[in-house]
Design a protein around this ligand. Structure first.
Ligand code: PLP
Ligand SMILES: N[C@@H](CCOP(=O)(O)O)C(=O)O
Length: 452
């Protein structure tokens, strides 16, 4: 399997190279040259365990990796989850299901991909003998999951940009209390969008990338998206057989990486009915699906901070397919969006996507209402999924554990929402650094702290 860039200005590469680059050298995002047809495999895969399914799926994509080594890495990646099913599906009613994606080490859906990516990077270092410097941007969860996926891996330095004061205190502690001397949480003044934009510019400097061994942990890295495909398929099988093809997958959305993974799986032939893009008050994607115009607004901090995003980086992958796999059109659209802050699609077709928006007051009342109805505590991001549910059965992706957002939960409910792994962080020392969110300042910091 080869991987192409959405911007079409670099030659196709193999899986390992796409993972190592993260962002394609032309500034585009990697995608598989062709998507496999999974239909003939669906019956055989139905009863596989989570790691077995992940292995079967990745064997179609990571075709340049040694098969036995791939299986071993996948096996290791799901050992630190605290639920035997890894991604359990919980029934709230006959037509409402929740896919719990918070049983990994940092209690958010990011662990599914970042535990695996950590192992991919470890293997890459062993293969090439070259150390790597990972650079990521986070609105709270990716950073923690990346740091924990890479903790203890030899030859890795991890640099994570995040908007100071705009993530939950416990999310910050997950990144800043590791005690590891190769982990650098970098607080910036500004929003996640500012951090992500500066990060992408750093990746475009190929000379710097080669010098420092730069790698990406955000969902610009295709390995992230592919690993996220697996839980859609796993949960599809866990729904009652009669409901599978009628069920809408409801996905709390910010950077569009999570829902894109499900949508790609649908393009590979898995008969998922459709997707609900559930945004918080930072609703650029909701407005897009309602109007066909993708128009930048200001980021307004919310009680679902990990979705405080306006420039959804994976939207470029959607545009690639929506515009007939034409990289020239992708480049033109991205250029228009960059220069004017908006783009209107002609004859926009949302396909099987629908969308919703929930503001802070809505999130608080949903948390109370869901608890009252089902005795179930949802985190503020997952809460967005409960707004105006589509007709028919729905499966809501629970993207984070409520314990990460105790203040919002306490305002809505009087239940104990603590988690021991987070409580343990409260006594630890916080170590963080401040940088300007400019590519120059980030590169200077990384050079100063690179591997000796
Ligand atoms: C808890 C939580 N929910 C939802 C999202 C949105 O996911 P995505 O950015 O893939 O759309 C994020 C951040 O990515 C998150 O951390
Ligand atoms: N919500 C994310 C933002 C980054 O998203 P990613 O999926 O592209 O890594 C976060 O929690 O950091």
């Amino acid at each position: 399997m080869q991987y192409i860039s959405t911007r079409g200005q670099v030659p196709p590469v193999d899986f390992s190279t796409a993972v190592a680059h993260g962002l394609a050298p032309d500034g585009g995002l990697y995608l598989p040259e062709t998507l496999p047809d999974l239909k003939p495999k669906l019956a055989d895969w139905a009863d596989l365990s989570y790691p077995q399914l992940c292995d079967a799926f990745f064997s179609l994509f990571a075709t340049d990796l040694d098969r036995a080594e791939l299986s071993a890495m996948i096996e290791r990646s799901y050992q630190n989850f605290d639920h035997a099913e890894i991604a359990p599906v919980r029934k709230l009613s006959d037509s409402l299901y929740v896919l719990e994606l918070f049983h990994g080490p940092t209690l958010a859906f990011k662990d599914f991909a970042l535990q695996l990516l950590g192992n991919f990077y470890e293997a890459q270092i062993a293969r090439t003998g070259k150390p790597i410097s990972v650079l990521g941007a986070t609105s709270g969860d990716t950073g923690a999951a990346a740091i924990h996926g890479l903790l203890g891996k030899k030859g890795v330095r991890t640099f994570i940009l995040y908007p100071d004061g705009r993530i939950s205190p416990l999310q910050e502690r997950q990144m800043t209390c590791t005690g590891a001397d190769n982990v650098f949480p970098l607080a910036i003044k500004g929003s996640f969008d500012d951090a992500q934009a500066a990060m992408k510019t750093v990746f475009e400097d190929r000379e710097f990338a080669d010098e420092i061994g730069l790698s990406a942990v955000n969902s610009i890295n295709l390995a992230r998206i592919l690993a996220q495909c697996v839980y859609y398929l796993y949960s599809f099988y866990r729904l009652p057989a009669a409901l599978r093809e009628q069920t809408t997958f409801v996905v709390p959305t910010g950077n569009f990486g999570n829902v894109l993974a499900g949508w790609l799986l649908q393009r590979m032939g898995v008969p998922i009915k459709g997707f609900r893009v559930a945004t918080n008050q930072n609703d650029i994607l909701h407005r897009l699906f309602q109007t066909g115009t993708y128009a930048l607004g200001d980021v307004a901090p919310s009680v679902a901070p990990s979705m405080d995003i306006q420039v959804a980086s994976n939207f470029e992958r959607f545009i690639y397919y929506a515009e007939g796999c034409d990289p020239d059109k992708v480049r033109a659209i991205m250029q228009t969006f960059k220069s004017s802050g908006q783009y209107t699609f002609e004859n926009f077709d949302p396909g099987t996507f629908s969308s919703s928006r929930t503001d802070d007051a809505g999130i608080a009342s949903i948390i109370s209402e869901v608890y009252r109805k089902y005795s179930y505590v949802v985190d503020p991001h997952t809460a967005c999924g409960f707004t105006d549910l589509p007709e028919g059965p729905n499966l809501i992706l629970a993207t984070a554990h409520p314990a990460k957002f105790p203040d919002t939960i306490a305002e809505a409910l009087s239940v104990d929402s603590t988690h021991p792994s987070l409580e343990a962080l409260k006594a630890k020392e916080v170590v963080k650094h401040f940088v300007e969110p400019t590519p120059e300042a980030i590169k200077a910091f990384m050079r100063e702290h690179k591997q000796a």
